[in-house]
Design a protein around this ligand. Structure first.
Ligand SMILES: NC(=O)c1ccc[n+]([C@@H]2O[C@H](COP(=O)([O-])OP(=O)(O)OC[C@H]3O[C@@H](n4cnc5c(N)ncnc54)[C@H](O)[C@@H]3O)[C@@H](O)[C@H]2O)c1
Length: 250
């Protein structure tokens, strides 16, 4: 499949985890991917790996919570790859802890990486988008946006905020030919969850997931590629659950 042939697609936080998987997937379908991560070495490493597989990719080090830094990365990507067709707002800092333990520093880091970065990603996309082609914005929410899981106060606030913002943007940008959607990946082991979810807890979680397994990076990458593709051309303002049924019946 070459669904994204030559399309420049910028992905925040794609130096590892779900973003890395999506970058590989989109590149394998012809996209030119821009990998932005606060961990510059990771961003460059993913870009090199994609190039090694025969794909096209550029890596950039930037703190996506900083408007200036995210804009600079987007500008460099547009100059390297051409005007943008899509942005994927995936960057995040994950901390699970009781609300009374949340410090100002942790909250600032989480809000900056996970929520402010979405605003800057959207603005940078508008500044550098291909005005002659349909556009796409894909945001990463989570099943927590619908549930009240203890010890996820900051994370849930961010993911519920993204769910609301996605709907607002779908209305604002639909008339301009830009689709805006969100995904809610379920329980997917990545480096982010290593410190918070043990292998035993993952086994336990699987028992409560209707499909009786945790998700994979590939599950999420396939869903992301679908939402960005023309096969999803009338999907706008949606939250796609990629969670084995947790939201519906977990
Ligand atoms: N893994 C899951 O089970 C799961 C479930 C639901 C939602 N999600 C969401 O999917 C997305 C990816 O999750 P993941 O598990 O791959 O996370 P991860 O922590 O493995 O990857 C996040 C990446 O974002 C980067 N990053 C952090 N702060 C940044 C900043 N300020 N600027 C630029 N980059 C920054 C990190 O360096 C890292 O490479 C997140 O939005 C997360 O909330 C994940």
């Amino acid at each position: 499949m070459d669904r994204f042939a030559g399309q420049p697609i910028l992905i925040s936080g794609a130096g590892r985890g779900l973003g890395e998987g999506i970058a590989h997937r989109l590149a394998s379908e012809g996209a030119v991917v821009g990998i932005v991560d606060i961990a510059g070495e990771s961003a460059h490493g993913v870009a090199r790996a994609i190039e090694g597989e025969g794909g096209k990719a550029f890596g950039y080090e930037a703190d996506c919570g900083s408007r200036a830094a995210f804009f600079e990365a987007a500008e460099r990507f547009a100059s390297d790859a051409g005007p943008l067709r899509a942005v994927i707002n995936n960057a995040s800092v994950l901390v699970y802890e009781p609300i009374e333990d949340v410090t100002e520093d942790t909250l600032d880091r989480m809000l900056s990486a996970g929520l402010k970065s979405v605003f800057w990603g959207v603005q940078a996309f508008l500044a550098h988008r291909d005005e002659d082609a349909p556009g796409n914005i894909l945001n990463y929410s989570s099943p927590v946006a619908y549930r009240g899981r203890p010890n996820t106060g900051a994370y849930t606030t961010i993911k519920a905020g993204i769910a609301g913002l996605t709907k607002v943007l779908a209305g604002e940008f639909g008339p301009r030919g830009i689709r805006v959607n969100a995904m809610a990946p379920g329980s997917v082991p990545t480096p982010a969850t290593e410190g918070f979810v043990t292998p035993e807890q993952y086994e336990q979680r699987a028992k409560n997931i209707p499909l009786r397994r945790n998700g994979t990076v590939g599950d999420v990458a396939s869903a992301a590629a679908f939402l960005l593709s023309d096969e999803a051309s009338f999907i706008n303002g949606a939250m796609l659950a990629v969670d084995g049924g947790i939201i519906a019946a977990g």
